[in-house]
Design a binder for this molecule. Sequence first.
Ligand SMILES: C[S@@+](CC[C@H](N)C(=O)[O-])C[C@H]1O[C@@H](n2cnc3c(N)ncnc32)[C@H](O)[C@@H]1O
Length: 294
Amino acid sequence: MTEILEITKPLKIGYKRTCNCPDNHISCVNAKEWVKGMVTIQAFYYEGRDIRDKDTHPAVFPIALPAHFIKLLTHEGELVLDPFVGIGTTLVAAQDLNRNAVGFDLNEEYIKIAKKRLAQSRLVPGTQQIAIVDDAHNIPEYLEKNTVSLCITSPPYANMLNRPRLNKSIRGDLRNNDQYLKVQQYSNDPRDLGTMNHKQYAEALEEIYSAILPLMKPRAHCIININDVWWKNKRHLTHTYVIEALQKAGFEFRNTFIWDKRDLVNRVGIFGWPNNFISLGATMEYILDFWRPP
Ligand SMILES: C[S@@+](CC[C@H](N)C(=O)[O-])C[C@H]1O[C@@H](n2cnc3c(N)ncnc32)[C@H](O)[C@@H]1O
């Protein structure tokens, strides 16, 4: 039977560790796992439970990505927040790892899918994972101050989806696939960060993260998966807008990780050759790590 969760403001959700780790440990991992996690270039692969159908959601990260950072940066029983949760991948990872978690998305359809995924794989009782339809600006209505141990997300990459998909990174003869020229934005809602130009986007991120900062425990980490965009032969440095917005919101930048996607990209096309040198952006993404300063 699926558990019906009551959404109250604030939410009744656990945030304290339930493990017996020493007080000064940031997470439950041992030294060997810690050393592996410190490596700045990491590959994350999709597994059977991941959803890669672009018609269901155009930009889903693998469960392995949030799982990696949840393991490294939280204890069992602690609270994880994803302000742009999409179809709930972070919540599935939190459920696997016995962490409480809350995720927000503007799109009701995505939240329905997130709930379905959670109902399918409830393995460990004792923690709650809650998916809520709401604007990320409203997160402070749901969470108490100093309770979040990790905020992790992949926000929209500004308005990069608001244009027909040209499949430029795919080999010429394969470009005309079922996604070609489709516009797959998340919504037309003006509050959706995916509809905003870079300036509006940076302002919205700053507002949202300024309100999240006091909800986090001091020294709690905040991870953002993001990439830059090529558009009309110009490079848009989305990751720098994110860094600037988070710093203005009061977060301190700590680490850069690179998601190595080389094994996830195949049938690549040649663009720019022979005179316009353009890197194959689809082979990596940034994972930026901040914290709430002590
Ligand atoms: C890159 S997707 C996240 C995908 C997610 N990591 C997953 O694996 O399903 C970004 C999400 O942000 C949502 N979004 C955009 N603006 C929002 C806002 N103001 N508040 C809440 N969610 C928003 C979009 O609907 C979209 O699903």
